[in-house]
Ligand binder design. Structure first.
Ligand SMILES: Nc1nc2c(ncn2[C@@H]2O[C@H](COP(=O)(O)OP(=O)(O)OP(=O)(O)O)[C@@H](O)[C@H]2O)c(=O)[nH]1
Ligand SMILES: [Zn+2]
Length: 297
């Protein structure tokens, strides 16, 4: 039996980088399947060699965290590729991704793509939004010119010694961003990068790549969302700036909705907390609170 990490998943096969330095193509066969655990890219697994470089997975080792969209496990940091335009920038979409990451304990980095398509006026408007996210604080890369060497250097620095994932809406520019980092990828990924096969503008598989002493996963884009499987009272915990301000609310357990002397509401009025973040919070809070219970569970 060998241990290894799943680097790529496609059509029921899992490519595992094993401790012995070799790459194995495996299938899932262990009894974990009965427990409805699906192996994910990023999973550490135990597997049995069956025939040369083929094998089957016996067990999935405990996960640090896992995301549904994109499907990946044991990630430290997520680069949220966010189109500055085309498609239209939406704080709602971005905030939903940030909440999902906070829920999984994954560090977000916001990377704005397509900044070359902005007019000076649009750029100025977006710069205010960027400042708002930096104040939360989140790392935000907002390139002067799309894929400027400064922006790429900043991003590469953030990669190192971590397991990263590039996520974002379909067409946000995830693959394009990775292609700009490709000189490194070609040098360091070897057969894994040659095994990567992208459709035109559409990434089909999830795969981990070696970049600057770190790992990065390219993932398919999404165009819809899962609902958050949480109690509405927990939502505030996934807004770092609400958590910070919330200690000053009059009531412990303040939901920042109708309560008097709420520091979060005060800071929204004072423009210390972004209005859009608060509005997105209220919308999600109401959605989750009014959601019908899921009886299937
Ligand atoms: N002008 C401009 N176009 C860009 C930029 N980034 C991406 N694009 C274009 O946007 C389109 C979508 O880019 P992709 O990199 O395929 O997007 P993706 O996020 O990987 O998409 P999926 O694989 O479907 O999830 C392509 O036509 C790119 O050439 C950018 O910074 N500037
Ligand atoms: Zn409050």
């Amino acid at each position: 039996m060998l241990k290894g990490k799943i680097y790529q998943s496609l059509a029921g096969f899992y490519d595992v980088h094993a401790e012995d330095g070799k790459l194995y193509r495996t299938r899932a066969r262990g009894n974990f399947r009965k427990r409805k655990i699906t192996p994910l890219v990023g999973d550490d697994v135990e597997f049995q060699i069956e025939d040369g470089d083929k094998g089957y997975i016996l067990s999935v080792l405990p996960r640090k965290n896992a995301l549904v969209r994109p499907p990946i496990a044991n990630i430290d940091q997520a680069i949220v590729a966010t189109a500055a335009t085309q498609p239209e920038f939406s704080t709602n979409l971005l905030d939903r991704q940030l909440i999902a990451l906070e829920m999984s304990g994954i560090q977000p980095v916001i990377y704005f793509t397509k900044t070359d398509l902005l007019t000076a006026q649009q750029r100025e408007k977006l710069a205010t939004v960027v400042a708002g996210y930096r104040a939360i604080p989140y790392d935000v890369i907002f390139p002067e010119q799309a894929f400027s060497s400064d922006a790429l250097t900043e991003l590469r620095k953030l990669f190192s010694n971590k397991e990263n994932v590039i996520m974002g809406q379909t067409g946000a520019g995830k693959s394009t961003l990775l292609n700009h980092l490709a000189p490194d990828l070609n040098l360091e990924t070897g057969k894994i990068s040659t095994a990567l096969n992208r459709g035109k503008h559409t990434t089909r598989r999830v795969a981990l790549l070696n970049v600057n002493d770190g790992l990065i996963a390219d993932t398919p884009g999404f165009s819809s969302y899962d609902t958050f499987d949480i109690d509405f009272r927990a939502l505030t915990n996934y807004f770092p700036e609400f958590k910070r301000a919330g200690v000053k609310c009059r009531f412990r357990g303040c939901m920042h909705v109708n309560e008097p002397d709420c520091e979060v509401k005060l800071e929204v009025q004072q423009n210390k907390i972004m209005k859009s973040r608060y509005e997105n919070y209220l919308q999600l809070y109401t959605d989750i609170k009014n959601r019908k219970p899921n009886y299937k569970k």
